[in-house]
Write a protein that binds this ligand. Structure first.
Ligand SMILES: NC(=O)c1ccc[n+]([C@@H]2O[C@H](COP(=O)([O-])OP(=O)(O)OC[C@H]3O[C@@H](n4cnc5c(N)ncnc54)[C@H](OP(=O)(O)O)[C@@H]3O)[C@@H](O)[C@H]2O)c1
Length: 360
């Protein structure tokens, strides 16, 4: 793709947490708009490689490109930014935001993290410049300084509070969209975030048995009805009690439609077809959840901010959340284990059926 005109007056953008998601967005914006300064805030070997090379390597359907970037770990490197993309893992949010707050100045900050990070960020950063969102893309840092795009999904951003002017949202959206990865905006961003979060509550449960979420999870009647459905229904109950409505922005994956689909898959007339798809050569793409990658690398997962967010909200509104609590507990057990022994899919389904028995 040849460089195109800068879609906004932005001269400098910084990525705080320039790993998979942030590094890819920042790198693609730099590739498309060489006149914008892009600063990658990272650490460890990934940072050192970007500093030594002066570039980040981006791999995707376009092949491989090396894009010139400035890489640093120092807060003062982000000073003077027009836009900051905030993409550290959720557990690093508070510490990182506090460390960088005074250097962020009047920049617009966009969090594209999983979880509902505005709870923390709004305590630290100016409310009238804070945007949050979700992304259905799938990226990974496959080697220090090398980021791979495995799925180009829709990303949606929106104002974390009514104090953010509409023009600020639109400028940020245009800038991120100029990466070539589609970005939409929504005024109901909290509902959009919870829509994605409910998908992840089921996906993170599939990690307990290292099960491929769609092919071996959702298409398996036992796992679908014993594990996925109860987790999702519980999520809906908790959100309903909290007065939160899920929103599906811009034709992205809709968790309400997904619930209907899971029910339809139980129709006896579809059983043979579903089994055929699950066992046949035509199968849905494998989704690798970050919880799985984090467990395999012996790193803390984001479980407390996904299934744990439903548990937290349930406590707040006085509704039980035994299924999501169980996922949180079991993922923490796996986090603590030095050797990762995943359960079988049938064991997990049995645990959840026992839980359902106790609820009755
Ligand atoms: N990857 C995806 O496909 C995807 C999709 C949807 C949503 N998300 C969400 O996006 C967020 C970011 O995910 P990700 O996969 O991009 O994570 P990631 O690859 O781990 O990137 C985060 C980067 O921030 C760095 N970092 C953390 N604290 C820092 C600090 N204080 N100073 C400098 N660097 C720091 C990390 O370094 P270390 O590696 O040393 O910790 C890492 O390089 C998460 O909330 C995730 O759930 C990701």
């Amino acid at each position: 793709m040849s460089p195109s005109p800068n879609p906004t007056p932005a001269k400098k953008i910084s990525i705080i947490g320039a790993g998979a998601i942030g590094g890819m967005f920042g790198g693609l914006i730099k590739r498309n708009h060489p006149d914008i300064d892009v600063v990658m805030i990272a650490r460890g070997e990934h940072l050192r490689t970007m500093q030594q090379n002066g570039t980040v390597e981006l791999r995707g359907k376009w092949g491989s490109v090396s894009v010139p970037v400035t890489a640093s770990s120092e807060p003062n490197a982000v000073e003077g930014s027009d836009l900051i993309l905030f993409t550290v893992k959720t557990q690093d949010t508070r510490e990182t935001a506090e460390r960088f707050a005074s250097s962020i100045g009047s920049a617009t900050v966009v969090s594209l993290q999983n979880g509902i990070n505005q709870r923390i960020l709004s305590q630290i950063l100016p409310a009238d410049r804070l945007l949050v969102g979700m992304t259905a893309t799938n990226m990974g840092v496959i080697a220090p300084g090398v980021i791979q795009c495995t799925r180009r999904g829709m990303s949606v951003i929106g104002p974390a509070s009514p104090e953010v002017p509409h023009t600020v949202v639109e400028q940020a959206r245009r800038l991120l969209d100029s990466s070539g990865l589609p970005v939409a905006s929504s005024d109901a961003i909290l509902g959009v975030q919870y829509n994605k979060l409910l998908f992840n509550t089921m996906g993170y449960a599939s990690v307990l048995s290292a099960t491929d979420f769609l092919r071996d999870g959702i298409l398996n009647q036992n796992w679908r009805n014993s594990v996925a459905m109860p987790i999702l229904e519980e999520g809906f109950r908790v959100l309903h009690a909290a007065g939160i409505t899920v929103e599906n922005a811009c034709g992205g994956s809709d968790v309400l439609r997904f619930r209907r689909l899971m029910k339809i898959l139980n129709l006896p007339c579809l059983d043979t077809i579903v089994r055929g798809v699950a066992q046949g050569p035509l199968h849905p793409p494998k989704l690798v959840f970050s919880v799985y990658q984090d467990l395999m690398r012996n790193r803390p997962t984001e479980i407390d901010y996904v299934n744990g967010e439903i548990v937290r909200l349930a406590d707040e509104v006085g509704v039980p959340a035994p299924y999501n609590s169980k996922v949180v507990r079991m993922v923490h057990e796996l986090e603590r284990a030095t050797e990762k022994h995943f359960h079988s899919r049938e064991q997990i389904a049995k645990h959840f059926r026992e839980l359902t028995g106790k609820q009755r």
